[in-house]
Design a binder for this molecule. Structure first.
Ligand code: FMN
Length: 173
């Protein structure tokens, strides 16, 4: 088991996955449990997660994501959707506009780290046609696609992705 800091350091985007090794259901369940353990505004958990494994649906998603081909070849995609009206009931406009998106995003971030801890790899996909997804997957009314996580066993080494220096990104007051 890696400690938390190692887990974060080992997370890199992977866009090629093994097709010969299926992702175990128990691992997917454990990842979903971690996603749902994330904090949320008022503990309302204003999000919903779609787990997409069907090949035709992954192909559809790839087409709705500007043709990003690796999505069609990814064994599992988790689509994190916000539920703005749920947050709005308690927090009004701020809940609708901000908290529901934050809830869905935090859940996806927790899931992405759980993926690493489970020995899998992922890529966060945010560039997609949300309206097209709602229609193609007949999402329940009120769900807004926020982020997709492509998940599988890695079949490539990650690219180097440098970060801006902490000194440039952090201000101490
Ligand atoms: C909000 C967001 C949207 C992203 N959208 C995409 C995407 O549509 N396609 C893709 O291949 N990667 C996407 N990424 C992954 C980033 O390109 C990647 O995280 C970044 O280059 C840093 O690399 P790393 O994840 O290996 O550290 C997205 C990441 C975030 C956080």
């Amino acid at each position: 088991m890696w400690d938390f800091f190692e887990t974060v350091r080992h997370r890199h985007s992977i866009r090629k996955y093994r097709t010969d090794v299926p992702v175990e259901q128990e691992k997917l369940h454990a990842i979903l449990e971690m996603a749902c353990a994330a904090p949320s505004a008022g503990d309302l958990q204003s999000y919903h997660i779609l787990v997409i494994t069907d090949a035709q649906k992954r192909r559809q998603l790839s087409e709705l994501a500007d043709g990003q081909e690796f999505i069609a070849d990814t064994p599992v995609v988790m689509l994190f959707c916000s539920e703005p009206q749920r947050a709005a009931r308690k927090y009004g406009e701020r809940g609708e506009r901000l908290y529901a998106t934050q809830d869905a995003t935090i859940a996806a971030a927790y899931a992405q780290l759980a993926v690493v801890a489970a020995g899998l790899a992922s890529t966060w996909v945010g560039f997609f046609d949300a309206a097209g997804i709602k229609k193609a997957f007949e999402l329940a009314p009120g769900l807004e696609p926020v982020a997709a996580l492509c998940i599988g066993y890695p079949a490539e080494l990650p690219e180097e992705t440098p970060r801006r220096p902490i000194s440039e990104m952090v201000t101490q007051l």
